[in-house]
Design a binder for this molecule. Structure first.
Ligand code: PEP
Ligand code: CO
Length: 464
């Protein structure tokens, strides 16, 4: 199956289960949902050819390191924080937006490390989160029908024909923008931006006016006085903590794009998606007989699977069997997104279903996607109270089921936007009109994100 046969580390038992008929394009023999229709197949072919020649965005050893860290999270030794935009856009690949997003993730992880007393795995929804699933292929406005916006990877948001026709050049642009984002994140982290001795670098201008300022400042003071506690917790010296890791993730929706980034590497067996560390599969494309599941089963990256209320026992068990036949640890992260009104009805049965399979998974909670609603003015929003309730219920349900919630998956930004209502400043529906920037789902703003991190700590430690 691969040219690196015989070299490198021993292969796990499951490799013999990988059918010999898998290859990066075998998904093409299965029905693929949510794909773009390009009017010029030749232009698509040549863009994909170029993409396949470009250098990768991440490395196999980073991917394997993330797998190890997810395995540790499964064992209760780490907590996963996955967050970022619902959809990145090309126009927002700029320095302040990237640094602010990094700052909020760093601050949240600091609150989590401190409060949970365990290392945090930081995974950004960035450097490639450019494709979106849509409920319809076409959108009609005032009698004009055009292809739906599928994310900057495919077409542009503006509602005119030129913008909405899928453009294969965007695949190359997305790769370049992802590389720029990665490059900047890596340089910031390497340059000391993420140094835990200098949390002042992570401050955002508006923290001092925030109702949360006092709580957060107490936390950083206490960290400043006792950096040594981390040494004890992680078993590593303080020096190595100067550098914190960031991993990338995106929904691997656009299969030709993912295929072009799927490679073999020297001294490793198998195939890796080198376009991201952690691809996830949405429920809309998680059909057991579909192209996405076929693609995902053949790559060695750790995989996220979104799990909603419509998932049943057989489907979930089937996914685990196909995607992790060798029952390896660190391979599967189940991201449940139920909605606060449905989580109590559906999560317990799904936890039980997974337990019956005996397959190891990490459960993390996405309290965003089941709680989207529209205001009377037709603005898409989420209420902070519902997000918080779902997250708190997730902790309780896992605890009551003898399972463990090992992380959270959030849509957030480091900007002071007004997209979700509620939170410490109690944003109202009226406030949404002030600073609403998202073209897709509403995100937690900086303060709401930090507040949620503090609530996660409180809830996690309850009943410990
Ligand atoms: C998303 O994560 O942006 C998304 C579309 O989620 P879901 O597939 O869970 O609705
Ligand atoms: Co979203």
């Amino acid at each position: 199956m691969n040219s690196a046969a015989g070299s490198g580390p021993a292969r796990p038992v499951h490799e013999k289960n990988l059918s010999a008929d898998w290859n990066p394009e075998s998904w093409q023999n299965f029905p693929a949902l949510q794909q773009a229709n390009y009017p010029d197949p030749q232009a698509l072919h040549s863009a994909l050819g170029k993409l396949a020649d470009l250098p990768p965005l991440v490395t196999s050893w980073e991917i394997l390191s993330l797998r190890d860290q997810i395995a540790e999270a499964q064992a209760g030794k780490r907590f996963v924080l996955q967050g970022g935009d619902c959809a990145e856009s090309f126009s927002e690949v700029c320095s302040p937006l990237i640094t602010n997003r990094l700052k909020v993730l760093l601050q949240m992880s600091l609150a989590l490390v401190h409060g949970l007393q365990m290392p945090v795995v930081r995974i950004g929804r960035f450097a490639g989160q450019y494709a979106k699933p849509r409920s319809a292929d076409l959108e009609t406005r005032d009698g004009v029908t055009l292809p739906s916006y599928r994310g900057d990877l495919v077409n542009a948001f503006e509602f005119n024909e030129e913008a909405r026709i899928p453009d294969p050049q965007r695949l190359l642009q997305a790769h370049a923008y992802s590389a720029m984002t990665m490059n900047f994140v890596r340089s910031l982290v390497d340059g000391g931006f993420a140094d835990v001795h200098h949390t002042e670098y992570w401050e955002l201008g508006w923290l001092e006016h925030s109702p949360l300022a006092e709580e957060f400042n107490k936390l950083t003071d206490s960290l400043g006085q006792s950096l040594r506690f981390m040494e004890t917790l992680t078993g590593r010296d303080i020096g190595s903590l100067r550098r914190v890791d960031f991993f990338t993730s995106h929904e691997a929706l656009h299969l030709p794009y993912e295929q072009a980034q799927t490679r073999q590497v020297p001294r490793q067996w198998g195939w890796f998606n080198l376009g991201t560390h952690f691809p996830w599969i949405g429920m809309r494309t998680a059909d057991l007989e579909g192209a996405h599941v076929e693609y995902f089963r053949g790559i060695r990256n750790p995989l996220g699977i979104k799990v909603g209320p419509g998932m049943n026992k057989e489907w979930l068990a089937g996914l685990l069997e196909k995607l992790n036949p060798g029952r390896e640890t660190g391979r599967i992260v189940l991201i449940h997104r139920m909605g606060e009104s449905k989580i109590e009805d559906h999560l317990p049965r799904l936890i039980k279903a997974v337990e019956e399979t005996g397959s190891p998974v990490l459960w993390i909670s996405d309290p965003m996607h089941g709680n989207t609603e529209s205001t009377s003015d037709g603005i898409k929003t989420r209420r902070f109270r519902k997000i918080m309730n779902e997250m708190e219920l997730a902790f309780e349900i896992h605890r009551d089921s003898g399972s463990r919630l090992g992380g959270v998956h959030l849509e957030l930004t480091g900007e002071n936007v007004t997209e979700c209502t509620g939170g410490a400043r109690d944003l109202s529906e009226e406030d949404l009109k002030r600073d609403y920037k998202s073209t897709v789902d509403p995100r937690l703003n900086y303060e709401q994100s930090l507040e949620l991190a503090m609530l996660i700590v409180r809830k996690h430690n309850q009943g410990k």
